[in-house]
Each structure stands twice: as structure tokens, then as C-alpha cells.
Design a binder for this molecule. Structure first.
Ligand SMILES: [Zn+2]
Length: 223
């Protein structure tokens, strides 16, 4: 439901802010608006190469855009909650629940919550030779894909928490140690660490504190 008091100008302002935050998060040299729309659905995998950094940024842009729209519709909301729909990933119900608990106990400025509605992103499951990844569906909606085979090979909660890290704005860092969540499959199948390290937690908190505080101020200013 869109409030009649929410102008399209407000939404555009929020989106511009959001994209600026995303560019800062991924260290992009060029403004996000100067980059062309991706043609194929981008993905940031659990294992892969650094070239996928742009893909995880595109995914985060989609999530942030959705959160900004949600907040523009109800600007009085103080807490930043990112909603997910897990109905298309029934086999991973417990892993998704664990990932949510891990992130909600690790960061304070953004929270994850389940919804049966559309949500800001969704989880899906299936078989894909690319493994698990965070992607966009071509209509600007973000989703986390969980691959059956890869989740047998690697610690499944770590895979889920890693992909959810992209939702919160973290890029891949495959060369990192097992103590980093965003090193993904880099440290190998024996790595079972399911928690973000202090640097990763701090990065998420800073990202959501700055971005959404500014977004909220902008909403109040435009009213
Ligand atoms: Zn990844």
C-alpha cells in the first residue's frame, strides 16, 4: 500500500541515497547510476572469482531499493528490518532460521525477519552447476539461491549465512581465512565457521547506521 503522502520525489531521493550507500559499501569508483543495467541475472557465488564483486553489488542494490521503498511508505518506522520470504526453500528451513539468529545476534543496526508476504528478498532452492549465490531476478528483486549439492559438500549453515551476508551488503572475499564468513568456499569444505568476524560485523553496522539514518532524515525533510 502506498501512502498518498509519499511523493515519487521522496522515493527517488531514497533510492539515490541507497545507491550511494551501496557504492560506498563495495568501493565502486563510479557512481552506481553511471553503470548500465545488467542484462543477464547477476550472481555472487559461494565459490568463485573476484569479478563477481559487481554482481553482489547489483544484488545489494536490489535489496536496498526494496527496503528504501518500504521505509518511504512508512517513514515513522525507526528500526531497520529486512524481510525475507523462505517459502521457496522448504528444505533449508532450519539453516535459514540459524542464519537469521546468527546475524541478528551479531549486528545491531539491521535485523532480519521472516514474512509470508513479498519481503525485501527471498530464498530459493534447487540444482545449479554454479552452486549457491545471491542474485536478482531481472525485475530488480533480490534472492538467495541454495544449491542442493553444494550444501551437502560445505557446511550448510555457513553457506546460508554467507549468502545472507550479501543481503546485508558484504562482498565476497574468497582469499580470506575461515574466520571470515565472506571467504565462502575459499578456505575449503572443512571450514565450518558460521559467524561473521568483528570486521564483518562492524562493516554491516556502519553501513546500515549511516545509510538509513540519512534516508530517514531525508524522508522527514521532504514531508
Ligand atoms: Zn558470496
Amino acid at each position: 500500500m502506498t501512502s498518498s503522502r509519499t511523493s515519487s520525489k521522496t522515493v527517488r531521493s531514497l533510492l539515490a541515497l541507497g545507491l550511494g550507500v551501496a557504492a560506498a559499501a563495495f568501493g565502486a569508483a563510479a557512481p552506481a547510476s553511471a553503470q548500465p543495467e545488467p542484462v543477464a541475472a547477476p550472481h555472487a557465488g559461494y565459490t568463485g572469482s573476484a569479478r563477481e564483486a559487481a554482481d553482489s553489488k547489483a544484488f545489494f542494490d536490489a535489496v536496498l531499493k526494496s527496503v528504501a521503498e518500504q521505509r518511504a511508505e512508512n517513514p515513522s518506522l525507526k528500526a531497520v528490518t529486512v524481510y525475507y520470504n523462505a517459502s521457496q526453500a522448504p528444505s533449508f528451513r532450519s539453516q535459514i532460521s540459524s542464519s537469521t539468529s546468527i546475524w541478528n545476534s551479531s549486528v545491531s543496526n539491521v535485523k532480519l525477519a521472516s514474512t509470508t508476504g513479498t519481503g525485501n528478498f527471498s530464498y530459493r532452492e534447487g540444482n545449479d552447476s554454479r552452486g549457491s549465490y545471491a542474485s536478482t531476478d531481472g525485475h530488480g528483486r533480490g534472492y538467495v539461491f541454495l544449491d542442493y549439492a553444494q550444501n551437502q559438500q560445505y557446511d550448510s549453515v555457513r553457506v546460508t549465512a554467507h549468502e545472507t551476508g550479501h543481503v546485508l551488503g558484504l562482498p565476497d572475499h574468497y582469499s580470506g581465512p575461515c574466520s571470515e564468513l565472506m571467504s565462502g568456499g575459499g578456505p575449503g569444505t572443512s571450514c565450518t565457521n558460521r559467524y561473521p568476524n568483528a570486521t564483518e560485523r562492524s562493516r554491516v553496522n556502519q553501513l546500515w547506521a549511516n545509510g538509513l539514518a540519512k534516508a530517514l532524515a531525508k524522508v522527514n525533510q521532504d514531508r
